[in-house]
Design a protein around this ligand. Structure first.
Ligand SMILES: [Cu+2]
Length: 633
């Protein structure tokens, strides 16, 4: 158990630290007895200070909404047990919704007469099986919501039993608008009755007609023990060192990632994400939720189950969070750490030496977590490899957005039939990951490389030649770039002061596969609110308070504080404490196979050493083969 004293300035917050912080806040300001809380987060110490000394005071931030529905942010010195400052947050760009607000929206909707009448029109009288899903009220704010008030929109589904999957039976056409500040439903939009779909679509085992036979068990065992060690939240493995934590907004965050005592990056986390919908369906066209800043992605982190979520020899880290009512909730097994075999690392079969075969196996360290935000589940998986590669993979699963299908409402290309009665709208999931680089312990530069064919001329008479062209991106405006697979475009983080054996600066490459950018019009509310998603890469000189791609507080906001504003000064980034903001994701065209629950879809980015090492860093791997493997011979 963690004691009240933290082990390291980047140790995760303990339950007792959260309790202390809440009592400091409530003792300093009695009004907070009735506040509801969005989250508590560790105010990470200045990294320069952290490099110099480890005895640093501990600071936290508590964010929430007071009884009058005004947002607040309080900074507390935990070491001195004192409230440093408290600020009101403008509700024009307000703090993350609290669970109390979500419950309130559900209750107000349930009790609303117009809502009940609209249900009656659909033949629904029993409210006990209605599921109401509140969605953020920003972006397209209902005309009856007063300027500066907090709001939610609610859509509904009908279950037929406790265990039913409500999403199979959407109540089409009905949207309730809730003013959280005024405590009332201000409008029930009704776009007309469409029959509630009849078919059920459960995804639990009891909901299936039959189950296939149990597949033969795959047991991952490590009879000699695992190859990694964990102390507090510090993880060590094969030369890698890093800390892992759950940030209430970003979810799984990595800190101080180094390899063989050479720093690579100081911090990486999901700065924001957005899920914009592209359908004209009245139930969906306005949706563009920022799951990080609007709902608190990290606060929705799952407790993982051994052998199901994580297979093999697992080390778990717990996380503690501040619940809306001021109590502490522990998320057991929030972060899963384990090793995975990853096929062949390198191989050569030398045909000149009678097929003499050298082969080494690859493995990776996996640090992962899952968060569920409404109907969707997102896995954040960081992989560290023996060859210096770092991979971030996001896994998307859960239940897609749905409507009761109607041929007058739904359009091919925008709405996809996923069952005879259901249509699912086209949409995107766009993630923005902020990486604060510290490559080889110094200031860094950013380069873009494109591979281009050379013109036919005397030097290239047959037109066979092509070349890589690298350019140094020296200003924020130059570093707002998109992928170009036809040019094998990539970006490189460089430490100009550290040279490798061939005399070139050490570097890491940012490599994407296929990934989209935002498809909403740039002048539309989602285009402005999620401007970070317009480019696959942005770069800025480090500023501690610049942490969120969409803006620090995005509830009801119209785009304040996001990357477009952050980079508006067009600062110099030619050689600095460099931060990159990487946007990637998927454009989701739902298919029948996504129903009733979506098989995992993957997206992400690779960070690959380029001249960071002088040769293949896995050349010294011993040629050991697994003694436990069996074959038919
Ligand atoms: Cu999707």
């Amino acid at each position: 158990m963690m004691s009240q004293n933290f082990n390291h300035p980047l140790s995760t917050l303990s339950a007792s630290e959260i309790e202390d912080a809440v009592s400091v806040l409530k003792n300093s300001n009695k009004e907070h007895e009735n506040s509801s809380f969005s989250y508590i987060s560790l105010e990470e110490p200045d990294k320069k200070l952290l490099k110099e000394k480890s005895n640093i005071d501990r600071f936290v931030k508590i964010v929430g909404v007071d009884q009058k529905s005004n947002g607040f942010e309080a900074e507390i010195n935990l070491s001195k047990k004192e409230l440093l400052k408290e600020e009101k947050i403008s509700n024009k760009a307000g703090p993350t919704y609290t669970l109390a607000e979500i419950f309130k929206a559900i209750e107000l909707t349930m009790d609303d007469e117009n809502y009940q009448k609209a249900l009656e029109k659909r033949g629904i009288k029993d409210l006990s099986l209605i599921q109401i899903d509140p969605w953020p009220g920003g972006g397209f704010v209902n005309k009856n919501i007063k300027n500066g008030n907090r709001a939610l929109k609610a859509i509904s589904f009908l279950k037929d039993s406790e265990k039913d999957n409500a999403y199979a039976r959407p109540i089409q056409g009905l949207i309730a608008h809730i003013d959280l500040t005024e405590n009332k439903v201000v409008e029930v939009e009704d776009h007309g009755v469409v029959e509630v779909p009849k078919a059920h679509a459960r995804y639990d085992k009891d909901g299936q007609e039959s189950l296939r036979e149990n597949p033969k068990e795959i047991a991952i065992t490590q009879p000699e023990g695992v190859g990694f060690s964990v102390e507090d939240n510090l993880i060590s493995w094969e030369g890698w060192q890093l800390r892992a934590s759950i940030d209430p907004i970003e979810g799984l965050a990595l800190h101080q990632v180094s390899l063989n005592d050479r720093p690579i990056f100081y911090r990486a986390g999901l700065s924001d994400m957005v899920v914009p919908y592209g359908s004209s369906d009245p139930m969906h066209w306005w949706k563009a939720v920022h799951d990080g800043t609007e709902y608190g992605f990290g606060t929705m982190t799952n407790s993982l189950t051994l052998g199901c979520d994580c297979l093999g020899e697992i080390y778990y880290l717990d996380a503690h969070k501040l619940a809306f009512d001021g109590s502490v909730e522990t998320i057991e097994n929030a972060i899963c750490i384990h090793e995975e075999d990853f096929g062949v690392q390198w191989k050569h079969n030398d045909s000149t030496q009678m097929g003499y075969n050298e082969v080494r196996r690859s493995r990776r360290l996996v640090v992962s977590s899952f968060a569920t935000i409404g109907n969707y589940d997102y896995g954040i998986f960081w992989y560290l490899y023996l060859d210096g590669t770092i991979q971030l993979e996001i896994k998307l699963t859960g239940v897609v957005g749905i409507s009761a299908f109607h041929e007058d409402i739904h359009k091919p290309g925008q709405d996809f039939k996923i069952s005879p009665e259901l249509a699912s709208p086209i949409h995107q999931h766009l993630f923005n990951v902020r990486i604060d680089w510290d490559l080889d312990d110094g200031d860094n530069q950013l380069y873009e490389t494109n591979v281009e064919p050379l013109p036919i001329n005397n030097a290239n008479p047959e037109g066979t030649q092509f070349q890589a062209v690298s350019s140094h991106l020296t200003k924020e405006s130059e570093a707002q770039r998109n992928i170009a697979p036809e040019k094998s475009r990539s970006w490189k983080i460089v430490n100009p002061k550290k040279l490798n054996k061939v005399g070139l600066p050490t570097a890491y490459k940012i490599l994407y596969g296929n990934t989209p950018t935002l498809l909403s019009n740039p002048d539309s509310p989602p285009g402005k609110r999620a401007a970070f998603a317009k480019h696959n890469i942005w770069a800025t000189p480090f500023q501690n308070e610049e942490r969120s791609g969409g803006g620090r507080h995005t509830v009801m906001h119209s785009g304040e504080g996001g990357l477009e504003e952050i980079t508006a000064k067009d600062r110099n980034i030619s050689e600095c404490d460099l931060v990159t903001w990487l946007t990637f994701g998927v454009t989701h065209l739902p298919r029948p196979e996504d129903w009733p629950v979506m098989p995992v879809e993957y997206c992400g980015v690779h960070l690959i050493p380029v001249g960071f090492f002088d040769q293949n860093p896995t050349i010294n791997l011993p040629p050991s083969c697994s003694s436990k493997s069996k074959s038919n011979k």
